[in-house]
Design a binder for this molecule. Structure first.
Ligand code: MN
Ligand code: MN
Length: 479
């Protein structure tokens, strides 16, 4: 890597890569594309992450009797939230390095009682998830993913819309010829989410004697299909998690192929970078390196699988418990009689990069820009000292000492990075999982990939920024 001028100027540094880095960057982008195309829901992101780390020798925590330096371990909650770690030579009790990202993404969920018929057409009733511009989701082909669980515990996996032979689904919109009334409304009021039902069928059931009195014949036909092809009844849909996401695969963007357009970069682009960084760690790092991939960030990190739960502290406690026997032997007693205090100290002594995307400056929307303090495309991963809105409200504002240490780590690695904030003062704002981790007293700051059109069905990232974010995570975990 040549010397980069651009930490402050956020200059385009894509061309500063030497040939070997450029090759590594392209290979990285290719593998990320393959991950992103599979990880279209938080459950699929979890399964794909487990598949990849198991191939690298990671094992489920419950299979260990004791943890030794170099051990590769993972633990999950409900097939959605994942912790993976490489055990360091220093005890977990003395603090760990964490990369924490999320794998849920804005989408359109099905309601608990979704199936309905209106005007001779069959629909699924929906309730959107996360911060979306509703009109983005109209008209485009949608795929349906998720699970239906039956009272006997059996699970039916649904994945319809991404194989070439699959049908897709659509939320329809009014044609421009009759759109005057809609166009006159404020954008925030023009689209009623209760009208965002997704079209799933138009054929009535084939006429049979026993269906004669049924009014909703198109819905009945869909029910017959669900029963025949998936073994499901209408009641089974009560215990389901079904998500509509954009149909189609992520791909290169631009004639120069320098960017990637895909669904769910936020935050699978950072989740993947964290996973790769962990898998590429030295065999026996000094401090334990951990990657946390959590769910429900897009709705405030609430719930059992969100970072507001006890998952992280419980996971750290489990690691410490499995190190206690060796520690007791090595250090005499190691206070194994006060494990809760050891866990608290470990959390305080830990440090984390909150691995989440940020907004990249878009020349078409200068009013949202903070010209000297907003991420630029191709200027590397972006460190966001604080998020929040209106006077940093709701922010976890990282301390200068921690950022100074990150400067040392990143400079040593030669990774290209930039610093900024989410956008112009008082124009908006946002949050990540940073504040949920900061409450343990640990150092935490946001660092991730800048995106164009974040939270749109198709988001855009630069390959260079994706690769440099991975490099930054790797350097941080190995420190
Ligand atoms: Mn995010
Ligand atoms: Mn988000």
């Amino acid at each position: 890597m040549k010397k980069i001028a651009g930490l402050f100027k956020r200059e385009n540094a894509f061309r500063s890569m030497k040939a070997e880095d450029a090759n590594a960057c392209e290979a990285y982008a290719k593998d990320y594309l393959s991950y992103l195309g599979i990880a279209k829901t938080e459950r699929r992101a979890y399964d794909e992450a487990v598949r990849r780390i198991e191939a690298e020798g990671f094992r489920e925590l419950s299979t260990f009797k004791v943890l030794k330096p170099g051990d590769k371990v993972y633990r999950g909650y409900h097939g959605k939230t994942l912790m993976a770690a490489v055990i360091g030579t220093q005890p977990v009790a003395e603090g760990i390095n964490v990369i924490g990202g999320h794998t849920d993404a804005p989408r359109i969920d099905l309601k608990p009682v979704p199936l309905c018929e209106k005007g001779g057409l069959a629909y699924f009733d929906t309730h959107y998830y996360g911060g979306i511009k509703k009109f983005h989701w109209l008209v485009h082909p949608l795929a349906l993913y998720g699970v239906v669980v039956k009272p006997d515990g059996s699970k039916v996996e649904i994945a319809i819309g991404d194989k070439p032979e699959d049908p897709v689904f659509q939320i329809t919109d009014i044609l421009p010829h009759f759109g005057a009334e809609q166009s006159a409304k404020k954008l925030s009021e023009a689209f009623d989410p209760e009208d965002m039902d997704v079209l799933i069928g138009s054929l009535p059931v084939a006429d049979k004697e026993d269906d004669k009195d049924v009014k909703e014949k198109v819905k009945l036909n869909i029910l017959r299909i669900l029963e025949r092809e998936y073994g499901l009844t209408e009641e089974d849909l009560l215990s389901a998690e079904l998500e509509l996401v954009p149909a189609g695969m992520p791909r290169d963007l631009g004639l120069d192929r320098s960017m990637i357009v895909g669904y769910g970069h936020d935050d699978r682009v950072c989740a993947y970078a964290g996973l790769r960084a962990l898998m590429d760690l030295p065999t026996r790092p000094r401090r334990t390196g951990m990657v946390l991939l959590c769910d429900k960030e897009e709705i405030g990190s609430v719930g059992a699988t969100g970072m507001d739960s006890t998952f992280f502290e419980n996971s750290v406690a489990e690691l410490i418990a499995l190190q206690a026997p060796t520690l007791a032997k090595a250090k005499g007693s190691m206070n194994v009689q006060t494990p809760d205090l050891i866990v608290r100290r470990a959390l305080e002594a830990s440090r984390m990069l909150s691995a989440d995307v940020c907004a990249a400056s878009d020349p078409h929307f200068p009013n949202a820009d903070s010209p000297n303090n907003m991420a630029k495309m191709n200027a590397g991963g972006c460190l966001i000292k604080y998020t929040g809105a209106r006077g940093k409200s709701g922010a976890s504002d990282a301390r200068a000492e921690f950022i100074a240490d990150l400067r040392r780590i990143f400079a040593k690695d030669g990774t290209v990075w930039q610093a900024g904030e989410l956008g112009r003062c008082e124009k908006g704002g946002g949050g990540t999982i940073a504040l949920f981790m900061a409450r343990y007293g640990m150092d935490v700051v946001d660092f991730g990939v800048p995106l164009l059109n974040m939270h749109a069905p198709w988001e855009t990232a630069s390959k260079f920024d994706c690769y440099m974010t991975y490099r930054a995570y790797r350097a941080f975990l190995a420190d």
